[in-house]
Structures are given as structure tokens and as C-alpha cells.
Design a protein around this ligand. Structure first.
Ligand code: NOJ
Length: 581
């Protein structure tokens, strides 16, 4: 069994770290079954070493029926044979530790799979000792059980349909905020909490270095005094509504996270990141203020929800305004400046590819991928790189509903078509927002199936792997890969990147994202044109910082000028360091 990695001297070691997320089924297949696996990851560790990341966050590899690609866990203690074995996982941990990297596991404990033994027991009878480990409620009085409208409340599940499913055998409904295959655990029950703590303890003993906590701010439900989970307002003629007022950042959430910290995490120097949909910067300060002893950082959703039409769902598309993005990210920088810490991300397995989303995928793919990375990575916080992002992978560009595999996309498309939304609109929303955009296999080389598998991949490989792939990117010194590598080096080498204050420049400019980081006499100027047109901006007194050392640029041959005015080609970005110390 691998031991823990060398205990870092700095308890806040994750402040100068960069995390790389692996979505195992799409990373590297080693046995030709078309699905990525642990041995595949072990084969690719040199890629991560060359990139220079410090931590790998592994999306779930536990036994699972795979209703939601592993976010439906049927056994917290083992590895799904599809991905390998516990021995493979130990080898992976050893391989990472030997290279000075750490492993963060996904902790999915808002819900289990409906095939988890805990749920099987819970559903077996009303008086089973585990009945209360989940949320069971009677049908609505006056309604025929199991018919529409008989659900205990009108909550809509995240993957469409009611958040309650009727169980004939015991005549009650169970709650699932995601799919019916993902019943919610009842954290009000201290036995549930103790079982989760004990399970976390075992993973720490196996050598893992932290946890990414799946929708953890949904574990405390806002239960009415009579034990009911109240109805929510509905709109647009729908029978179901968004339950989040009663399910996110609930009344006991801070108590539960603090208890977990005290029982499991305290004194251990792990990395903990709470996925927190619906959390504001004020909530995030409470979650991450070290004095409160909850978690190290949260994943906010605010910035990735900026391209949604007002009042709509993620499928209702709206263009992004750069001024909104700058205002939002800056509010988080400022809000967590004194207490707490940010996580910084564009991509993960739930978000479309950033270069297709807010970059410029055609002519400016490389520059736009680099400049978006620059503005994100040089903020204060811990950056997360999602597999393939470092080579500038794009969205899938599927053209038919039938090409999608993701439960959220498949369910939404069926429901939308049934509601009469024209197929071309459904296809367009999926092409822009589906989670499968991030889940196509990693493009390692230009060979058939991109070097991902020798078999048939579970989700189609993007045909653009003939030009966009890791092998080509590693060879090309001007590639997106080498730009990410350099950004990671800057975080490792410069205190101002890790700890410096943040000040936004040009808040009203719709083309340019510019800011200054400052610490102990060092000033770092980041200026990026995030548009397809040339930009000319006046940096005023901060223009003097353009005379600082040019640490990184997308356009090495560009005229530098003398400030305070700066002229930037489409998607050009520059990073200047002035060090008076
Ligand atoms: C968030 C995960 O990132 C997502 O992939 C999953 O579907 C839901 N939580 C439910 O576990």
C-alpha cells in the first residue's frame, strides 16, 4: 500500500499548486475496450510531468452502474473493474508521488447509486435500520400514488423529470436531485455522516491527498418543521420547479462541513475543494475562511452561467459579455482577498470546451486558448486544467441528437423535442452546451482514434485530432501546451502570482481583460485582447508597467510600443513583470 506523499511544510501548499483533472473514461484506454482506465493513466504520467502540474483530480473510478458515468457509486471502497483494480490505483498513487504529484479523489456523497447496498437495504422495508439513510416520503394526499402530481413535492430533478420516484414495494417516494439512479443520502442522520467520515479515512490511509466534493453544498436540505420538503414556485406552465432554494447552501451545511473537517481533515494537509452550485462569493467566504475550518476552496458556477439567457436554463443560449465576465471574476478575487481562497477554472467534465465557448476556434484557436489561459492562471487562486485543455481541444461538433451519450443531454433532448422545440434548436443547444463536448477522448496523436484506444471509443473521437493532438503540441514550442507549461512555471516561481493583490483595469472595455497583481514591490501586468479584432487601449499610469520584463506573450514578434497606449492584435496577450524589490 502506498504511503502518503511527503508532507509539505506549508499547510497551504495548494496555493502555489496547479491541479489537472482526469475524466478516466476518456483519458487513455490500455486494454482496447474503448473506455479509458487506470493503467492508461499510468502510461501517460510523463505527459503530466512535462506539463508540470502538482495534483491530479480523478473523477470517480469506483464501482458504478454508470448511469451518470460514475457519479452514481455502488461501492465506495473499491475500483470498478472497467477502470482496473485497487492494485492499479495503488500503482498510480505511487507513480504520482514518485514524480512529486498528488492525487485528489472525487467524493460523491450527496447521493449514492440506487444499486448501493445502503440503498438496497433502505428500500427493502419501511422498518429497515437504513430506511432513514435516504429521503422517503409519502405520496401527496388525495393523489393516486405513482401518478403525476402525487410526488411529495413539485421539485424537478437536475436530469429532467420529478426529483421523486415512487417505490411500489413500500408505497413511498424517494428523493433524487439528479437521476432516479442517484438517490440522495439523508445527512440529517448521524449514522450517514459517520459512515462517510469512516470511508474518507480509509481513502486517506490508502495515500490520497485530498477530495473534490461533488455538489457538497446540497447535502443539507431545508426541511420544514413537519418534515416535508416544501413546494417551490413554478413558471411557464410547468408542473415542476427548481428546488435549489431548499437544497443548496442549506441550514446545516456549515455544521456538516465543519464536522467533517474536525473528524477527518484537520491537521492533515490535504486539498479540499467543494463543488458548490449556487454559492455566492459571500457563501464561498464562509466555506473557505480557514478560521472556520470547513474546506480550502469551492468551485463557483457564477462565471460559467454568464452565457445563459435571463431566467433560462443552461440550454437557453446567450452571448457572453466580456464586461460581465471581468466583473464577476474580479468580485470573487476581491471577495476572497482577506479570507478564503479561489479555485480558477474554465473547463471540467460538465462544461463545454473553453476555446469553442469563449475563444475563437477557427483562425485564432491557438492564440485564444493561450490568452484565455493567461487571464485565468495569473489570478489569485488554484488553477484547474481539464484534460485536453492544455492542447486546445475543441467542442465535439456533433450534428445529431443520437451522437450524445450523457444522461443530462439525452434526457433534456427527449423532453425538449416532446415539448415541440424544433430539432435544429435542440441540436444547436447540445452542440454549444452538452457535457459530452468535454468528454470526447483525449487527442494524443494523429493516428486512428487519436491514440486513445485500439478499439471503438465509447464516445466518438473528434476528427480534428489529425491536427490538434498532444504529440504535435509537445513538438511545437509555440503550442498551447508549452504556453500552459510556462503559466504553471510562473505560478511555481513567482510569489506575486500566488499571493499578490489583484486590481482590475479597464472594467468597461468589451475587448480587453487587463489586471495588475502586486506584492512586495513586484507588479505583474496581464493584458489580453479577448476578441477577433485589433484592440487599442490606454492603461493610464499603469502603462508604465509595459516597460517591465515581458514574461509571456502570444505574439513574440509584435511591436511593443511605449505605453500608456497599447495596441493588441486579435487574441494577443502579454504578461510584464516590474520588480522594484
Ligand atoms: C456534479 C458532477 O460534476 C456531475 O458530473 C454529476 O452529474 C453531478 N454532480 C451529480 O453527481
Amino acid at each position: 500500500m502506498p504511503g502518503p506523499s511527503t508532507v509539505p511544510r506549508d499547510p497551504d501548499w495548494w496555493k502555489s499548486a496547479v491541479v489537472y483533472q482526469i475524466y478516466p473514461r476518456s483519458f487513455q484506454d490500455s486494454d482496447g475496450d474503448g473506455i479509458g482506465d487506470l493503467r492508461g493513466i499510468i502510461e501517460r504520467l510523463d505527459h503530466l510531468g512535462e506539463l508540470g502540474v502538482d495534483v491530479v483530480w480523478l473523477s470517480p473510478i469506483y464501482p458504478s452502474p454508470q448511469a451518470d458515468n460514475g457519479y452514481d457509486i455502488s461501492d465506495y471502497e473499491d475500483v470498478d473493474p472497467m477502470f482496473g483494480s485497487l492494485a492499479d490505483l495503488h500503482e498510480l498513487i505511487e507513480g504520482l508521488h514518485a514524480r512529486g504529484m498528488k492525487l485528489v479523489m472525487d467524493l460523491v456523497v450527496n447521493h449514492t447509486s440506487d444499486e448501493h447496498p445502503w440503498f438496497r437495504e433502505s428500500r427493502s422495508s419501511r422498518d429497515n435500520p437504513k430506511r432513514d439513510w435516504y429521503w422517503w416520503r409519502d405520496p401527496r394526499p388525495g393523489h393516486e400514488p405513482g401518478t403525476p402530481g402525487a410526488e411529495p413535492s413539485n421539485w424537478e430533478a437536475s436530469f429532467s423529470g420529478p426529483a421523486w420516484t415512487f417505490d411500489e414495494a413500500t408505497g413511498q417516494y424517494y428523493l433524487h436531485l439528479f437521476s432516479p439512479a442517484q438517490p440522495d443520502l439523508n445527512w440529517e442522520n448521524p449514522e450517514v455522516r459517520a459512515a462517510v467520515h469512516a470511508m474518507m479515512e480509509r481513502w486517506i490511509e490508502r495515500g490520497v491527498d485530498g477530495f473534490r466534493m461533488d455538489v457538497i453544498n446540497m447535502i443539507s436540505k431545508d426541511v420544514a418543521a413537519d418534515g416535508s420538503l416544501p413546494d417551490v414556485p413554478v413558471s411557464g406552465g410547468s408542473a415542476l420547479g427548481d428546488p435549489s432554494p431548499h437544497t443548496v447552501n442549506g441550514p446545516r451545511i456549515h455544521e456538516f462541513l465543519h464536522e467533517m473537517h474536525e473528524r477527518v481533515l484537520a491537521g492533515r494537509r490535504l486539498l479540499t475543494v467543494a463543488e458548490a452550485p449556487g454559492a455566492t462569493v459571500t457563501d464561498a467566504r464562509l466555506y473557505t475562511d480557514p478560521a472556520r475550518r470547513e474546506v480550502d476552496m469551492v468551485f463557483t458556477f457564477e462565471h460559467v452561467n454568464l452565457d445563459i439567457a435571463p431566467g433560462g436554463s443552461k440550454w437557453d443560449l446567450a452571448p457572453l459579455r466580456l464586461t460581465d465576465l471581468k466583473a464577476n471574476l474580479s468580485a470573487w478575487q476581491e471577495g476572497l482577498a482577506e479570507a478564503g481562497w479561489n479555485s480558477l477554472y474554465w473547463n471540467n467534465h460538465d462544461q463545454p470546451r473553453i476555446v469553442s465557448r469563449w475563444g475563437s476556434e477557427g483562425r485564432h484557436r491557438v492564440e485564444s486558448a493561450k490568452s484565455l489561459a493567461t487571464v485565468l492562471h495569473l489570478m489569485r487562486g488554484t488553477p484547474y486544467v481539464y484534460q485536453g485543455e492544455e492542447v486546445g481541444m475543441t467542442n465535439a461538433h456533433f450534428t445529431q441528437v443520437g451522437q450524445y451519450r450523457d444522461i443530462e443531454s439525452v434526457n433534456w433532448a427527449a423532453e425538449a423535442l416532446e415539448r415541440g422545440i424544433p430539432e435544429e434548436m435542440v441540436v444547436r443547444s447540445l452542440a454549444v452546451k452538452s457535457r459530452d463536448n468535454a468528454r470526447t477522448p483525449v487527442q494524443w496523436d494523429a493516428s486512428p482514434q487519436a491514440g486513445f484506444t485500439t478499439g471503438t471509443p465509447w464516445l466518438a473521437v473528434n476528427p480534428n485530432h489529425d491536427t490538434i493532438n498532444a504529440e504535435a503540441a509537445r513538438r511545437d514550442p509555440g503550442s498551447v501546451f508549452h504556453h500552459y507549461r510556462r503559466l504553471i512555471e510562473l505560478r511555481h516561481g513567482l510569489d506575486v502570482v500566488v499571493h499578490g493583490d489583484y486590481r482590475l483595469l479597464l472594467p468597461d472595455d468589451e475587448q480587453v481583460f487587463a489586471y495588475v497583481r502586486a506584492a512586495d514591490g513586484a507588479r505583474l501586468l496581464v493584458v489580453a485582447n479577448l476578441s477577433d479584432e485589433e484592440a487599442v487601449v490606454d492603461l493610464g499610469p499603469d502603462g508604465a508597467l509595459l516597460d517591465g520584463d515581458l514574461l509571456l506573450t502570444t505574439h513574440p514578434d509584435a511591436e511593443r510600443g511605449s505605453g500608456p497606449e497599447v495596441r493588441l492584435a486579435p487574441w494577443e496577450s502579454r504578461v510584464h513583470l516590474t520588480d522594484a524589490g
